[in-house]
Ligand binder design. Structure first.
Ligand SMILES: *Cc1c(COP(=O)(O)O)cnc(C)c1O
Length: 351
C-alpha cells in the first residue's frame, strides 16, 4: 500500500493517491475493462490462486482500476488496505460476513441508514446473524450490556443518515475494547475529508461511495477500509481468521497476512464467494470524482450551515436539526470529531 497518507495533505491524496505512473505510463489511471489477465505459464496462475504471489487474474477478486480507488480511499482514511464493492450495502454486508457466522451477534447503533437497518434487522437475521440496536446516545454501560459472548462487531455511523446525529467515537471504542471485538464505522456522510474514524478508535470503516464520494450521481459503489490494528491473532472469537481455512488448503490468515488478515480474507473469501466487486468503469468514475472531494465537502458544509441558520430564523420553521448550529445538542461532539458538518440537515415546518 502507498504511504501517501503520512507524507501528503488530503487535498493532494485526493488527486494523486492510488496511482503512481512510471515513465511513459498514462497520466490518468486507465479503465481496465477486462475480466481476466494473461499469464505465460499455468504455474504463475496457480501461485496467484494459492495466494503465494500478488497480482490480478480475475476481476471478481481484484482489478487494477478498482485497486487505484482502493489505495486512494485507504490513504484518505489512513488504513492499511481497502476493498471496493458494488454498493454501500454490499460493503456493509462484506464487513459483517467477514466477521460473523450463523449463530453470531452484532451490536449496532439504531441511528443508521434504513437499508443497513433492514439488512441487520431482517436479512442477516434470516441467515442466523442477530443484531441488537442501541441508542447511540446511551451510556457506556448500557451499550456494553448489549454485548453477548457471541457478539463479533460493534457498528455505528459517524454522522447518522438521516438524523445527522454525531457519534461519540471514544465511548463506542471503549465498549468495543472491553468486549474484545472490532468497532466499525460507516463514514459515508462526513467522508474522510471531514472525519477520520481511525483517529478515534475505529478498527474498520465502510462507505457508500454512491453519495459524496461519487458526488455526481453517476455511480454506485462502496468500500471497506481496514486500519489493520485489531488483534485478531490473540482473539479466540474469530476462528475463520486464526484457524486453517479449508477452502484455501489450510491457510491461516493471521499467520500468512499479519495485520492485513481481515482485509485479505474479505477479498479472497467474501468477495470471491459472493461476487460484490465494483465494475472497473464505476471504480474509474468514482476515483476521478474523488479528486474534488475535499473542495466539495468544504462547500457542502458552508452551504448547509447557511441554509440551517436561515431556516432556524424563519418564522414558518418549527425546528432545524444540523450539528453545525449552536442550538444542536451534538455541537460539542461535532467540534471534537468533525472538521465541518457536511451537507445534510433535517427541519420541520410549523403545523
Ligand atoms: C446510502 C447509504 C448506504 C448504502 O449505500 P448504497 O451505495 O446505496 O448501497 C449505507 N450507509 C449510508 C450511511 C448511506 O447513506
Amino acid at each position: 500500500m502507498t504511504n501517501m497518507d503520512k507524507k501528503y495533505h488530503q487535498q493532494t491524496i485526493a488527486v494523486q493517491g492510488g496511482w503512481e505512473p512510471k515513465n511513459g505510463d498514462p497520466r490518468i489511471a486507465p479503465i481496465v475493462q477486462s475480466t481476466t489477465f494473461k499469464y505465460d505459464t499455468a504455474q504463475e496462475l496457480s501461485d496467484l490462486f494459492d495466494l503465494k504471489a500478488a497480482g490480478h487474474f480475475y476481476t471478481r477478486l481484484s482489478n487494477p482500476t478498482a485497486e487505484v480507488l482502493e489505495k486512494k480511499m485507504a490513504a484518505l482514511e489512513g488504513g492499511i488496505g481497502a476493498m471496493a464493492t458494488s454498493s454501500g450495502q454490499s460493503a456493509v454486508a462484506a464487513l459483517v460476513m467477514n466477521l460473523c457466522d450463523a449463530g453470531d451477534h452484532i451490536v449496532t447503533s439504531s441511528a443508521i441508514y434504513g437499508g443497513t437497518a433492514n439488512l441487520f434487522g431482517h436479512s442477516f437475521k434470516k441467515l442466523g446473524i442477530e443484531a441488537t440496536f442501541v441508542d447511540m446516545d446511551a451510556g457506556e454501560e448500557e451499550i456494553f450490556a448489549a454485548v453477548r459472548p457471541n457478539t463479533k462487531l460493534l457498528f455505528a455511523e459517524s454522522l447518522s443518515n438521516p438524523s445527522v446525529r454525531v457519534l461519540d467515537f471514544e465511548k463506542f471504542a471503549r465498549v468495543a475494547r472491553r468486549a474484545g471485538i472490532p468497532f466499525a464505522v460507516d463514514n459515508t456522510f462526513p467522508t474522510p475529508c471531514l472525519c477520520r474514524p481511525f483517529d478515534f478508535g475505529a478498527n474498520m470503516v465502510v462507505h457508500s461511495l454512491s453519495k459524496y464520494a461519487d458526488g455526481h450521481a453517476c455511480s454506485l459503489g462502496g468500500i471497506l477500509v481496514d486500519k489493520g490494528d485489531f488483534d485478531f491473532a490473540s482473539s479466540e472469537k474469530f476462528p475463520a481468521l486464526t484457524r486453517p481455512d479449508e477452502s484455501y488448503h489450510g491457510l491461516v490468515y493471521t499467520e500468512a497476512f499479519g495485520n492485513a488478515a481481515f482485509i485479505t480474507k474479505a477479498r479472497t473469501h467474501i468477495m470471491r464467494d459472493f461476487g460484490m466487486m465494483i465494475s472497473p468503469f464505476n471504480a474509474w468514475l468514482t476515483n476521478l470524482n474523488l479528486e474534488t472531494l475535499p473542495l466539495r465537502m468544504q462547500k457542502h458544509s458552508e452551504n448547509a450551515q447557511k441554509v440551517a441558520e436561515y431556516l432556524e430564523g424563519h418564522p414558518k420553521v418549527e425546528w432545524v436539526n444540523y450539528p453545525g448550529l449552536k442550538s444542536s445538542k451534538y455541537r460539542e461532539l461535532a467540534k471534537k470529531y468533525l472538521s465541518a458538518c457536511s451537507g445534510v440537515m433535517t427541519f420541520g415546518p410549523k403545523g
